[in-house]
Write a protein that binds this ligand. Structure first.
Ligand code: NAD
Length: 504
């Protein structure tokens, strides 16, 4: 196979992901063709202008509106607005021939296997036999998508799973199929990290791969806890946001950004594909959330979801949250719980997490429930979704913007302490955790020689994280290395005659 060189890309599907992926590819100087379906009906504006379904502006309306929405969204998917010049838009009826001379085709259409397969029929008719083809599916196994395709297709096909928003979230999961050429996989690991600026993680071809399988489990377990602990939507977002080192969008705001329809599609596929998973029922939506889905309250893309914003004639904005008990929107106020607000002020994330799981209130019960269940679930998914704990932490942190992954969080609270509490709560983790503790190994990670080491389950010992050999890990420096400190900064001696000034 010739050396792979990517200059021209076609993105099929211009929704939330496709249009933003197109922007990110344009950011790095690639020329991009963005295609979507033609509308089947005229909208009011088009009717007033006496347009017909044959007019080009109508035929390209879906793709052009989607791209415009993305460009105007915040945070911006583009470094510069002028970078849209690198993107040519078109539709899947008139312009598919444009994909015949691209180097890479990314499919980002709705999360529906049948629709995706139809789109690949179309792609097959027009692509060259040198073009790499990838899917951005959130969870459909690669082997199901490529089933029945030619050998040449399968050799050049893989999953390249970007996270939302693709310019900002660092994870790129690379999911090779059984027949994907090694040159294609190696190319994407390198291209993903050096050119696209992503944290690339190779995943096994299991449903929803690593980050979504475990991240969505955690999201669903949080959503189920709302009823159990009688919490409000905004209260859960406070509890699962920056206070535990996760983005401000936390749980429900994230659902609104991602789109409840996409979340439902991914969950339904998981329910169908995960027959052997002991916790599969967690992927079933609670009744209150199903109602939102049926009412098309899908979040930002339909104007309302778990939250809703109203702007009056004077431009004054009012924000509402859904009350999941009554299905009505209510105005909300910021969390006022003094104990929680005090913990939020604490600078150390490890200390905040430890304080929160020790609370004797319903909030403490909530944290113990969501953390311990997610620790149990993640430990049981090895080796199914990954052989190594660090890949799981890396995928979840870079895919969801968390500061600490499940095993890092477990370490922060104390592996043995949590293990014993989990047994009391009937949340038994995988046997390898008990084995690790019985060997006298009390943490999943440790720092030595300025390197981060992870517990290797097969070898039953800590080993340096592969790929970090040439890095100095700043977390490895502790109190002993502090040269000077005040409220604003700490100066560390990081050896080799180098000082590191850390701003607080
Ligand atoms: P979306 O609903 O915003 O966009 C889907 C696009 O598919 C739309 O532009 C629509 O016009 C197009 N489409 C609909 N029917 C079609 C058909 N019959 N043929 C061709 N195109 C059709 O969805 P999205 O969130 O952009 O998701 C796209 C893909 O990316 C899915 O596989 C999804 O699982 C995955 N993904 C989504 C997210 C997310 O946060 N939304 C994150 C990662 C991956």
């Amino acid at each position: 196979m010739d050396k792979i060189n990517i200059k021209k890309v076609a993105v099929i599907g211009s929704g939330i992901m496709g249009s933003r992926i197109a922007c990110h590819l344009s950011n790095i100087g690639l020329s991009v063709i963005l295609l979507d379906i033609c509308p089947t009906e005229l909208n009011e504006k088009e009717k007033k202008l006496n347009k017909t379904l044959k007019d080009k502006s109508v035929r390209n309306r879906i793709v052009n509106d989607s791209l415009l929405n993305s460009i105007n969204s915040k945070p911006s998917p583009l470094f510069l607005k002028s970078l849209t010049d690198n993107i040519v838009t078109g539709n899947l009826e008139d312009d598919t021939h444009l994909i015949s001379n691209v180097d890479w085709i990314i499919e980002a259409v709705v999360e529906n296997l049948e629709i995706k397969k139809n789109v690949y029929d179309l792609i097959e008719k027009h692509r060259s036999n040198k073009t790499i083809i990838s899917t951005n599916t959130s969870g459909i196994p690669i082997k199901q998508i490529s089933e029945g395709r030619s050998k040449n297709f399968k050799e050049l096909f893989l999953g390249t799973h970007f996270f939302n928003p693709p310019r900002y979230l660092r994870l790129l999961e690379i999911i090779p199929g059984k027949e994907t050429k090694k040159t294609v996989i190696d190319f994407f690991i390198d291209f993903g990290s050096k050119t696209l600026g992503k944290e690339t993680v190779i995943c096994k071809d299991t449903p929803a791969f690593i980050a979504n399988r475990l991240g969505i489990y955690s999201l669903m377990s949080t959503i189920h806890s709302v009823e159990k602990f009688n919490l409000k939507v905004s209260e859960v977002d406070f509890l699962t946001g920056p206070i535990i080192g996760r983005p401000k969008s936390a749980t429900f705001r994230t659902m609104d950004v991602v789109g409840l329809d996409t979340a439902v599609n991914v969950s339904n596929n998981l329910l169908k594909d995960l027959k052997e998973d002991e916790s599969v029922s967690m992927f079933k939506l609670p009744g209150s959330v199903k109602k939102l889905y049926n009412n098309k309250q899908w979040g930002d893309k339909t104007g309302k979801g778990f939250y809703k914003k109203e702007v009056d004639e004077k431009g004054k904005k009012t924000f509402y949250e859904i009350n999941l008990n009554t299905d009505k929107y209510e105005t909300y106020e910021n969390n006022q719980d003094k104990e929680l607000l005090n913990i939020k002020k604490e600078e150390s994330l490890d200390k905040r997490i430890t304080d929160l799981v020790s609370l004797k209130t319903k909030h403490g019960d909530f944290y113990r429930s969501i953390f311990y269940d997610s620790f149990r679930y993640c430990s049981l998914r090895i080796p199914e979704v990954s052989d190594d704990i660090y890949k799981i932490d890396k995928a979840i942190c870079s895919g969801f913007g968390w500061k600490k992954g499940p095993f890092e969080t477990w370490d922060a609270i104390g592996v043995e302490k949590v293990f014993n509490e989990m047994l009391k709560l009937k949340l038994k983790p995988a046997p390898w955790v008990e084995e690790m503790l019985s060997l006298g190994i009390k943490s999943f990670y440790k720092f030595s020689n300025n390197k981060k080491h992870f517990y290797d389950i097969k070898e039953k010992q800590h080993k340096p994280i592969p790929g970090s050999e040439d890095l100095v890990v700043l977390d490895a420096f502790k109190e002993n290395d502090v040269v000077w400190s005040n409220k604003g900064v700490t100066l560390y001696d990081i050896k080799d005659g180098v000082l590191n000034l850390e701003f607080h």
